[in-house]
Write a protein that binds this ligand. Structure first.
Ligand code: ATP
Ligand code: MG
Length: 398
């Protein structure tokens, strides 16, 4: 017996606007989609604002998980294909209408699109003919203003595509078309969201995490690696570099006035992260900082950490409040991991009354007085880099 096939159609969003680079964006999108598969890979074509996917039915759940995570599409649907005759298209639309009725929908409208302008019926004619049949058969009732469901009919070059359920896509730009970033990833709520925002703008992201064993636990590190694993579902993998900052923290604790500890630690992180960024050709650093969220994130203190790196430091959450950040963390699936109780820093190193409005000169004076460059270089030399382990959450077939 021949294997049954499934068809999907995804809509391409903003990349349509980038006329000059359209071909490159399209190529990247198809390549990113294929990267979700090993072994059996679906057939993918990108053309005229649409991505077409065709595969064995056994891949359906995997394809749906991939489409739900793929950055660069505004929506997607499992579709029926039909010959370009009114009869065939109507039969498929009737089937969609029955499925919608079974799912509790009662009213509908048809949205017809005719990419093939040689097709004899206009979009309007198609909608009226097909909608009329469904209506008179008593399956669903037409409501063009506030329908429970929309049945889409797209007449393309070779075939027509018919679908009644459309899912929202991730939107954004295909990962890999806007350069490379290095994200400072902690176990908190914010930095994973910051990483997602840059993936969303098409960057390829790698990750760096600073631990202080034994002051921070192995569970805290595992949590960060798990968060990188969730981000990798959108960014299609990546590398995480783990650096021990134990000696750096101890040195800071001995030499820096308590109120300056957090700020000096952030300065050390930026300098070390930049060493890695240069090595891996990342073009910017990314953090989860948001203006005035905590003491180290006042404009004065951000200015100071900024001056620690020559590369730009991007802070995509700078103007967001905690509620919005949490909503995104929930949407992308990092929140539940972020709120696990393992801390990525130790109270021992957290000042009770941190400086809020530090003078740049004061911070720089302390930094040069404590002679920490050698320790940072050593910490960097002993870094450990690994490939992120990740998998799409594919529901088991029943
Ligand atoms: P998050 O929720 O991301 O932990 P936060 O609100 O706790 O952020 P801070 O602890 O001040 O804020 O950290 C600010 C930023 O510095 C983080 O968003 C992250 O980018 C970076 N950072 C902090 N700690 C670490 C760490 N141990 N390893 C790597 N980056 C870190
Ligand atoms: Mg934190």
């Amino acid at each position: 017996m021949e294997n049954a096939e499934v068809f999907y159609l995804a809509k391409i969003g903003e990349i349509n606007l980038k006329k000059g680079n359209l071909k490159e964006f399209e190529r990247r999108l198809a390549q990113n989609f294929r990267a979700y598969f090993s072994g059996k890979v679906p057939n993918v074509q990108v053309r005229a604002g649409r991505m077409y996917v065709r595969a064995d039915a056994e891949l359906a759940a995997h394809i749906e998980a991939a489409l739900a995570h793929l950055i660069g599409i505004t929506g997607w649907a499992q579709v029926q294909t039909a010959d370009k005759t009114l009869e065939a298209m109507t039969a498929a639309a009737v089937e969609e209408a029955r499925a919608l009725y079974a799912a509790g929908k009662r009213t509908f409208k048809i949205e017809a699109r005719r990419a093939d302008k040689k097709f004899p019926l206009t979009s309007y004619d198609l909608a009226r003919e097909i909608g009329g049949t469904i209506h008179t058969q008593g399956i669903l009732t037409v409501d063009v203003h506030k329908p429970d469901a929309v049945i889409s009919v797209e007449v393309r070059e070779q075939l027509a595509f018919i679908y009644g359920v459309e899912h929202r896509g991730q939107r954004g730009l295909p990962c890999g078309c806007s350069g490379r970033a290095l994200l400072l990833l902690s176990g908190g709520i914010d930095s994973p969201v910051a990483g997602y925002r840059m993936l969303f703008r098409g960057m390829k992201v790698d990750y760096i995490y600073f631990h202080s064993h034994p002051y921070t636990s192995p569970e805290a590190q595992q949590k960060v690696e798990d968060l990188a694993g969730v981000l990798a579902r959108y960014g299609l993998g990546g590398y995480i570099t783990v650096i021990s900052f134990t000696k750096v923290q101890q040195h800071l604790k001995r030499t820096v006035p308590e109120a300056y500890l957090t700020l000096l630690l952030r300065m050390c992180m930026m300098k070390t992260a930049e060493m890695l960024a240069r090595k891996i050709n990342a073009q910017c650093l990314v953090t989860g900082e948001s203006l005035a969220q905590v003491a180290s994130q006042t404009i004065e203190n951000l200015t100071i950490t900024d001056s620690c790196a020559q590369l730009p430091i991007l802070r995509p959450l700078i103007g967001m409040d905690k509620e919005e950040i949490i909503q995104t963390a929930l949407d992308i699936g990092t929140y539940q991991t972020s709120i696990l109780p393992y801390e990525d820093c130790c109270v021992l190193f957290s000042p009770r009354h941190p400086v809020l409005h530090t003078k740049q000169q004061d911070a720089e004076d302390i930094f040069s007085r404590i002679e920490i460059d050698q320790l940072l270089a050593e910490a960097f030399e002993q870094r450990e880099t690994k490939k992120i382990e990740w998998a799409l959450p594919v529901p088991a077939a029943d």
